[in-house]
Design a protein around this ligand. Structure first.
Ligand code: GDD
Ligand code: MG
Length: 364
């Protein structure tokens, strides 16, 4: 079967990281975000994966060629000359998605969960109608698409409301779908929204169903949620006693849920955790305190630094006794001086910071 991942534009909400790498290649839990999705799709039997993008995907093409072999899938880039929204790209890829009569998967590129593709396909087959969307419950439904059911039918969706202004319910669209090829006939080749146009139309015909997700879910398209999503993901690894996690018995691991690449170097008397990921070739000095943070490849945290709720970009360096917190994000190759305090700073690539950033700000 086939699948389409809505990759979209430049991922501006994940700046400054996306100034350096396209969003799908930014490492989530030490692996490119899109790899989590490709791996899960391949495991569910998808053989043709379309990446719908609206910029030249040169960097991505190179990176993804390697994964084709590894996961035994064909990866095709479908490049839009103007952004086609969330439905237009399906029409653009009609040749691949509609090549046989089997249903295809669609997903937003910025969602993370234990992708339930196999169960989703089974459920979809069992009701026999046009579409099934994965739903999950959230506290703040107004940022998402909300589904409403009639009490008489727990899975057939009665109404789909994108970003509701008034509360209509808390079961939201998780950004993961399985659709019959017949849905392609409902979509025109123009900028158009699956949430605003296609889903309401399928609903009206009573052909759209929901599938409840088990476990965690997060849209990790912005730094705050990227950090929360990392916590949820690590928590889920811990729950499954995954061997990927760094053993909690190590003296520097504090509170568990820590993922450290084997090539990283950790100094003496550190306290790391909970909820920390450390990428390849990262160097941590002595007496460093890390909690709820993400350190990307080749970054460095010097002695006695204190880092919390922060993403440290590739090749960046954090000075001795520095203190970073409150959703601070360092882009590629940023240098934070010794003893500097950063409170919610978003620091653009190649910057050197010698003065405190006392209130949240973008430093360019
Ligand atoms: N190819 C392509 N072209 N992709 C696009 C375009 C486009 O013009 N516009 C958006 N996308 C991609 C984005 O990159 C993302 O992966 C996905 O489509 C959804 O767009 P977002 O901008 O992230 O939407 P959202 O997060 O506000 O809302 C969507 O996701 C929620 C779940 O996270 C909706 O689908 C909501 O209904 C849903 O609840
Ligand atoms: Mg999103």
């Amino acid at each position: 079967s086939s699948a389409l991942i809505l990759v979209g534009g430049f991922g501006t909400r994940l700046r400054p990281l996306t100034l350096t790498l396209p969003k799908p290649l930014v490492e989530f839990a030490n692996r490119p975000m899109i790899l989590h999705q490709i791996e899960a799709l391949a495991a569910a039997g998808a053989t043709d994966i379309v990446l719908a993008v609206n910029y030249r995907p040169d960097v991505m093409t190179a990176a993804l060629k390697r994964y084709e072999q590894k996961y035994g899938v064909n990866i095709t880039f479908s490049v839009e000359t103007e952004p086609l929204g969330t439905a237009g790209p399906l029409k653009l890829a009609e040749k691949i998605l509609g090549k046989d009569n089997s249903p295809f998967f669609v997903l937003n590129s910025d969602v993370i969960c234990d992708f339930p593709f196999t169960e989703l396909a089974e459920f979809h087959k069992s009701h026999g109608q046009e579409g099934t969307i994965v739903v999950t419950k959230v506290e703040e439904p107004s940022k998402y698409g909300v589904v409403v059911h009639k009490p008489s039918h727990p899975s057939r969706i009665d109404r789909f409301v994108e970003k509701p202004v008034e509360f209509v319910g808390n079961r939201i669209n998780a950004g993961i779908y399985i659709l019959n090829p017949s849905v392609l006939k409902r979509i025109d080749l123009r900028p158009t929204s699956i949430e605003q146009e296609t889903f309401p139309a399928i609903c009206k015909d009573g052909e759209l169903h929901s599938f409840d997700l088990d476990g965690f879910w997060m849209d990790v398209g912005q730094p705050k949620d990227f950090l929360s999503g990392t916590c949820l993901y690590l928590g889920s690894l811990a729950k499954r006693s995954s061997k990927q996690l760094t053993p909690a018995s190590l003296p520097y691991v504090h509170g568990g849920n820590v993922l450290i690449d084997p090539s990283a170097k950790i100094g003496k008397n550190c306290r790391i955790g909970p909820n920390v990921t450390i990428g390849p070739n990262v160097v941590i000095g002595d007496g460093v305190r890390l909690q709820r943070c993400v350190l990307l490849e080749n970054s460095k945290v010097k002695d006695h630094a204190w880092v919390k709720s922060t993403i440290v970009g590739w090749n960046s360096s954090v000075g001795k006794w520095a203190r970073l917190e409150n959703v601070t994000v360092l882009g590629d190759d940023v240098t934070i001086g010794d003893e500097v305090y950063v409170n919610g700073g978003s620091i653009l690539p190649h910057k050197t910071i010698k003065q405190n950033v006392d209130v949240p700000a973008i430093i360019m």
